[in-house]
Design a binder for this molecule. Sequence first.
Ligand SMILES: *[C@@H]1O[C@H](CO)[C@@H](O)[C@H](O)[C@H]1NC(C)=O
Ligand SMILES: *[C@@H]1O[C@H](CO)[C@@H](O)[C@H](O)[C@H]1NC(C)=O
Ligand SMILES: *[C@@H]1O[C@H](CO)[C@@H](O)[C@H](O)[C@H]1NC(C)=O
Ligand SMILES: *[C@@H]1O[C@H](CO)[C@@H](O)[C@H](O)[C@H]1NC(C)=O
Length: 366
Amino acid sequence: MFLRVVAFVAALLASSGLCCGNSTTNGTFSNPILKSGGADPWVISHDNYYYMTYTTNDNITLLRSRVLTDWNNAEQKLLFKPPPGLNYSTDMWAPELHQLDGKWYVIYTADPRNDSPPPEIDMWCDYNCPAVNHRMFVLEGSDSNPWTSVYSYKAELDTYDQFAIDGTYFQHEGSLYHIYSCWFRKYDAWPANLCISKLSNPWTVASPFSERQVISVPTYPWEKTPYGRPFNDRLSSNEAPQQLNNPTTGQKFVVYSAARSDNRNYCLALLELVGDPMNPSDWRKHPEPVFYQNPQEKAYGVGHASFVKSPNEKEDWIVYHGMVDPTNGWGARTIRAQAFTWNQDGTPSFPRPGYGPYAVPGGQST
Ligand SMILES: *[C@@H]1O[C@H](CO)[C@@H](O)[C@H](O)[C@H]1NC(C)=O
Ligand SMILES: *[C@@H]1O[C@H](CO)[C@@H](O)[C@H](O)[C@H]1NC(C)=O
Ligand SMILES: *[C@@H]1O[C@H](CO)[C@@H](O)[C@H](O)[C@H]1NC(C)=O
Ligand SMILES: *[C@@H]1O[C@H](CO)[C@@H](O)[C@H](O)[C@H]1NC(C)=O
């Protein structure tokens, strides 16, 4: 009887949205970690809080939570909402919050007027090119506290007046780099590659165009969509690069997303740095994807990840988006988290994507 009452109350609370649902209970949690959906999650931990941003399109919103595995009742703060009519007023995608030189910076993608180029521009592209005006931008926070900082527009991050999305900061031996999804030419459209340029500070690019390097091109069949057509460059992409360092060996990786974000084949792939970041041949690509769809669990289109530690700092966690129903495209994406480990050779060992229940991160209170 007691158990039935408990179950009844839990069901009531769950249906009222007040509790539980897929949130964290009794040492376990289930995915997704944010019920309302979302894409391109970025999570960091700082001073006993986790912070998350993700794509909210017409603004940049920061979430704050004591736990990594339940964001349904997280505190929310509007960081930035641009006035209309600027080059960075619409399609604000994949924001990331980084602490650099004691300040907080938000790096994000945006475009003007939802980037619908008129036929006079579109005709220059090999295929249609609705993303021709997407660029990278930077906000700067006012002080050393990510939550109370006031964020204001700092600069466009120079990508030589060419397509740029999903940019991130990469740090190596005291230098700062910008790695982002790029085209070979201004009116290229596809494929989308990964490019790198050197920065002199978080908002200023030091490399002239001649020194910008393409470090990854979608060459394997699994990097192309539709899957398995080796000569099909249309909808082939490398995007969403993220730095991941092995805490034991010091190896530096870029985990990126490949294939196309609106369908089941979207997956995570791996580059390892073996020398100078500005030398394309010093980036070794793993020949297979490292995290990809799991049809048995209805986990499709898994990608656009970020990486964070458990509260006890002993475990590594991946936060990513995926779909239950791959036929619904971008709108089907929800945000998920899982623990991962490391292989003998120092590369990350990701689990198969799924929904759980999984054990909560080590040191998490609920
Ligand atoms: C919990 O996650 C499952 C997927 O495993 C989903 O089918 C279900 O709708 C989710 N429930 C809530 C309340 O979000
Ligand atoms: C909580 O987890 C423990 C250990 O797995 C289990 O024995 C117990 O039955 C669970 N309690 C509830 C209410 O689910
Ligand atoms: C930010 O954007 C999201 C998604 O469009 C929207 O739900 C939210 O209300 C916006 N926040 C503000 C303060 O405008
Ligand atoms: C807006 O973008 C266009 C096209 O990239 C560029 O020519 C123009 O200089 C930009 N405007 C500002 C104020 O940066």
